[in-house]
Write a protein that binds this ligand. Structure first.
Ligand code: ARG
Length: 571
């Protein structure tokens, strides 16, 4: 049940009944002591009608039908409505054994373009954000019943592959190809070195690019081998990260090669192409440089080569026309904001997208070190994701061993994996993606505050409660009926799961779900301190509190799993 939507509908109906123009504007209450939700829309509606907001608010309350939902509606300040949910409504909607989430209607088909690394190099921290944020949003959409097509738009084409393949051939002479490719970053560095140091090598590398583009079978085979090895590196990282991407989701840049000349000819036919310095460009009125000069979208270079934007135009056509997606989401860093604005605008103008499809770039900021500079190794190199995750597990292992020396090493290793990887992902997901964020080991592994370990620990604590009481969940079926204030606060938090997941699916900001889970956990901890569970006064109070605990654990597990984070039963 999405309580916020329900209240929006009801208050909207009341506004309509009062002939007031405007929206209900339901939000979580800023001051929980006055209510659970507030409606903010009355003031604006009153202004439009040139009416006293307090008077209109009184009329709206008069017309408002919320008997089955709320036990009080108060008018506050300049015309807010404070709404307090009734105990019956809460209990009716919190029933153990019922699903935590319901599907949205109608279901939509959404393409989620995320991770999408360039395969010439190894995955590094620069790919972390797109991979984990995109994955969380894809999961949220899916759990709400939408159809999701993941698209890993990997960069597998371009001039650097000439250099890499030439170097592969050179080292392959010693038959060490598989070894050489173990560390792609190293391999890239060494081939780059060869390329700059040796003219003959560079010439052969350029010839390779030409042969590759011409479709020379031998070169293509070398290229396929290289891409396959590089994708295996990605698969390892995805698996380690617990990300849902598989080979089936790879739709590489090269997959659009055949279609690129169609993109150009279609633009030409529609009279949208202008030649500028030998390059084919699209000029649109809305894109100007700072000095007012028109800013082109280049779609074909003077040597006939295509660009990143050309491929994206082909991809939009494929995703909307061929796959029939009604939304396409892109997760890249903020440096590509202009690129997507331009590509979306060209696609609209040229009809490469269906009319009703929504193209949405979901940009994110950079990952910084604790010094506030881009996150690097101590030597100033790029941090490989594999190394980062290994370090996270190691640090978590030390922490877990310190806290729980009696657990076996196997248990501690498993907990360390779940906590370490979870901490890295959560640290990223819990920050508003719009800004840069500081990667800080101590903060993300803390057992206090808005961190994965804090939430995972709360989950484990609830499991241990059930172990201690030797309680089977089956025996508990029934509603959660709050009576103590701490129970009520927890109940309201539990009720808000649906609306928060829906927000993530709509806006693509997973930090909203993190903030929700953190709030839920804080409420649970307070409940746990204030309301004795196993030693409750009566059996019915005990069972009711056990239901609260179990529902909290289920919500935490489901919420973390939407973020791609696991839980453990003890830690
Ligand atoms: N490969 C690109 C990069 O590493 C990201 C691709 C994003 N997706 C897209 N359709 N352009 O920057």
């Amino acid at each position: 049940m999405n309580v916020r939507d329900l209240l929006n509908t009801r208050v909207q109906a009341a506004l309509d009944a009062c002939h007031a123009e405007g929206t209900a504007g339901i939000q979580t209450a800023g001051k929980p002591e006055f209510g659970d939700y507030q409606a903010n829309g009355v003031m604006a509606a009153a202004k439009r009608q040139k009416r006293n907001p307090m008077e209109l608010a009184a009329d709206v309350v008069g017309a408002l039908q919320l008997d089955d939902v709320a036990d009080s509606i108060d008018i506050a300040g300049p015309g807010f409505l404070n709404i307090r949910l009734s105990t019956n409504f809460i209990a009716d909607n919190l029933v153990l054994g019922t699903p935590l989430l319901e599907a949205q209607d109608p279901p939509q088909h959404t393409v989620v373009d995320y991770s999408s690394p360039n395969l010439a190099k190894e995955m590094h921290v620069g790919h972390l954000r797109s991979t984990v944020i995109g994955d969380a949003v894809a999961r949220a959409l899916e759990v709400l019943g939408h159809r999701v097509t993941r698209q890993n738009h990997v960069g597998d084409w371009g001039t650097q592959f000439g250099m890499l393949l030439e170097y592969l051939e050179e080292t392959d002479g010693a038959n060490s190809a598989s070894d050489e490719l173990k560390d792609l970053e190293e391999f890239y560095r060494r081939s780059r070195e060869r390329f700059t140091a040796d003219d003959a090598f560079a010439q052969r590398a350029r010839a390779k690019v030409v042969a590759l583009q011409r479709g020379d079978e031998n070169v293509l085979a070398q290229w396929r081998h290289f891409i396959d090895v590089s994708l295996s590196h990605c698969d390892e990282v995805y698996q380690h990260l617990g990300v849902t991407l598989s080979r089936a989701d790879v739709m590489a840049e090269s997959a659009y090669n055949e279609d690129l000349n169609n993109v150009i000819s279609s633009l030409a036919q529609q009279g949208l192409l202008t030649e500028s310095d030998g390059a084919q460009c699209v000029f649109l009125d809305q894109f100007k440089k700072k000095d007012g000069e028109p800013l082109p979208v280049i779609v074909q270079k003077s040597d006939g080569g295509y660009l990143y934007a050309t491929t994206d135009l082909a991809a939009i056509r494929y995703r909307t026309h061929k796959l029939g997606a009604s939304r396409v989401l892109y997760f890249t860093d903020t440096r590509q904001v202009l690129h997507f604005k331009q590509v979306f605008a060209v696609a609209r103008t040229a009809g490469f997208t269906t009319d009703d499809a929504s193209l949405e770039h979901m940009p994110f900021g950079a990952m910084l070190g604790t010094d506030g500079k881009p996150f690097k190794t101590r030597e100033g190199g790029v941090v490989h994701l594999t190394d980062l995750l290994n370090e996270a597990e190691q640090r978590a292992f030390e922490l877990v061993s310190e806290k729980n020396p009696t657990l076996t090493e196997t248990e501690r290793l498993e907990i360390a994996r779940v906590v370490g990887v979870g901490a890295v992902k959560y640290a990223d997901l819990s920050k508003n993606r719009g800004s840069d964020y500081v990667f800080d080991w101590d903060q993300m592994l803390a057992f206090e505050g808005n961190t994965a370990p804090y939430l995972q620990y709360a989950y484990a604590r609830i499991q241990s409660l059930f172990r201690r009481g030797d309680i089977s969940v089956q025996s508990l079926d029934g509603t959660l009926r709050p009576s103590e204030p701490a129970e009520r606060d927890l109940a309201i938090a539990l009720l808000r799961f649906q609306e928060n997941v829906e927000l993530v699916a709509r806006d693509g900001y997973p930090h909203v779900l993190c903030a929700y889970l953190y709030d839920l956990t804080t409420k649970f901890m307070r409940f746990y301190e204030q309301c004795p569970i196993l030693t409750a006064q009566s059996l019915s109070a005990r069972d009711n509190r056990l239901r609260f605990s179990h529902r909290t654990a289920e919500t935490l597990r489901a919420g973390l799993s939407l973020l791609g984070i696991e839980t453990v039963d003890r830690m």
